[in-house]
Design a protein around this ligand. Structure first.
Ligand code: GAP
Length: 429
């Protein structure tokens, strides 16, 4: 993890937030390569949901919502973790995460556990009193539930159908940590699939299968993924069944995605709290019912960490160690680098033209500084799948060499065909 965190900073994937002020605990910023990687992950998710399913629509709900939403959802009453304070050094812990009856930091006496609500509060308008309290959403899901009728009416969808959303969520976690694994501000990619009660278990299984496939479709190794089924003591208040997809991180097997059968809990509660009818009229059966919901919920930042961990490889190449990020070409920040073999004989000009042409379709990187071997290594370290080298032969026959990152094999490709050649390999379809 240490080497990965250092690479992330050095090469511009992830920075500590407000670093010049000493950093803000558990908050991170994405640098030039991090944001490319993140956008690519989000794109693959978005495409897999909305482009590949004619019955899934997208929304982008606001982060601030009516405070009653969080009463209806159960978050005001129940989105809590137990917390103990050290009476001496004032450190705070979740009692289930420490194994001593005293403070692990100073040995001081601990207070009795009390429940701590994880929602961030703020005030709406100029008056900071209880009636002005609003929350930063702790999950994106509720923005979907409250828009169920709007989306269904506007898109003329019929059950079964889904609503997908990517957006920020905030939780005042007591023990954030492991780099970007658990932070207080993060992004979720959630999809709520509305079905007829009685068909929920079948859809639950379908979505489980599809979501496991998705992680592999962005290049995560299958052997590092597994299922974890929630036992009765673990199930959230709204869930009838829940499975997590876990990944084997250097710090152990941990959840990256949750798939939940949320029943009619959410729509039922919003119906009750808002007074608006959220039932669906099934024309074929001539009956009204509140749909059941199958939810797929994955952290974007956590997926990004998974992808970074999974891609990181150190290997011996001759007498040096090659660090290579084996990102799937679908999500790699740069799809290709364009390198003139030498900085003379018109090669840089030719290479720049190729780069300029490819840039209109893909994120590519032009580099003519240092030996070509060094330039390859720099691209390996940020996971660029293809290095295109312009050499003497290019000027004669218009072909370039394309070096593949993992195998280091080279092949000659006509420069006029490069765009299609790359597109075929990086497209998510
Ligand atoms: N709507 C259901 C829901 O929010 P969750 O299991 O609490 O379920 C879903 O969260 C996913 O969101 C997790 O699997 C994880 O990937 C991500 N996530 C949750 N809390 C997080 C945090 N503090 N930092 C980063 N990602 C988090």
């Amino acid at each position: 993890m240490e080497r990965l965190v250092s690479l992330c900073k050095r090469r511009g994937f992830v920075f500590q937030s407000s670093e010049i002020y000493g950093g803000l605990n558990s908050c991170y910023d994405y640098g030039p390569l991090g944001i490319e990687l993140k956008n690519n992950i989000k794109n693959c998710w978005w495409r897999s949901m909305t482009y590949h399913h004619e019955n899934i629509e997208g929304v982008d709900a606001s982060i601030l919502m009516h405070p009653r939403v969080w009463e209806a959802s159960g978050h005001v009453a129940g989105f809590t973790d137990p917390l103990v304070d050290c009476k001496k050094c004032k450190q705070r812990y979740r009692p289930d995460q420490i194994d001593t009856p005293v403070c692990p930091n100073c040995g001081g006496e601990l207070t009795e556990p009390r429940m701590f609500n994880l929602m961030f509060k703020t005030f709406m308008g100029p008056v900071e009193n209880q009636t002005a309290v609003v929350y930063l959403r702790p999950e994106t899901a509720q923005g979907i539930f409250v828009n169920f009728l709007n989306v269904m009416t506007a898109s003329r969808q019929k059950l079964p159908f889904g609503i997908a959303q990517i957006g920020k969520a905030f939780r005042n976690e007591i023990t954030p940590g492991n780099f970007i694994f658990r932070t207080r501000e993060f992004e979720q990619m959630e999809m709520q699939f509305f079905v007829r009660p009685g068909e929920d278990s079948e859809w639950f299984e379908k979505w489980r299968e599809e979501r496991m496939q998705w992680h592999q479709s962005i290049g995560i190794r299958a052997e590092k993924l597994r299922w974890h089924e929630h036992g009765p003591g673990e199930l959230a208040h709204y869930a009838k069944a829940a499975f997590d997809i876990q990944y084997e991180f250097p710090f152990g097997w941990q959840e990256i995605e949750g798939i939940h059968n949320r029943t009619d809990f959410d729509l039922g509660r919003h119906q009750e709290y808002s007074g608006k009818r959220l039932a669906y009229f099934d024309e074929a059966r001539k009956e009204h019912y509140v749909p059941y919901v199958i939810e797929t919920s994955v952290g974007c930042d956590r997926t990004l960490l998974t992808v970074l961990v999974d891609a990181y490889h150190e290997e011996q190449a001759g007498d040096e160690t090659r660090v290579v990020m084996r990102f799937s070409p679908r999500i790699a920040p740069f799809k290709a680098a364009v390198l003139p073999l030498v900085r003379k004989d018109g090669l840089p000009e030719y290479a720049k033209n190729i780069a300029r042409d490819l840039m209109r379709s893909f994120r590519v990187f032009y580099d003519d500084v240092a030996s070509v071997g060094k330039r390859y290594r720099r691209m390996d370290e940020v996971g660029t799948p293809y290095c295109i080298t312009v050499d003497g032969q290019t000027l004669q026959d218009g072909t370039v060499t394309v070096r593949e990152r993992d195998s280091m094999q080279q092949e000659r490709v006509a420069s006029s065909e490069l765009r299609g050649w790359i597109d075929e390999r990086v497209r998510y379809d």
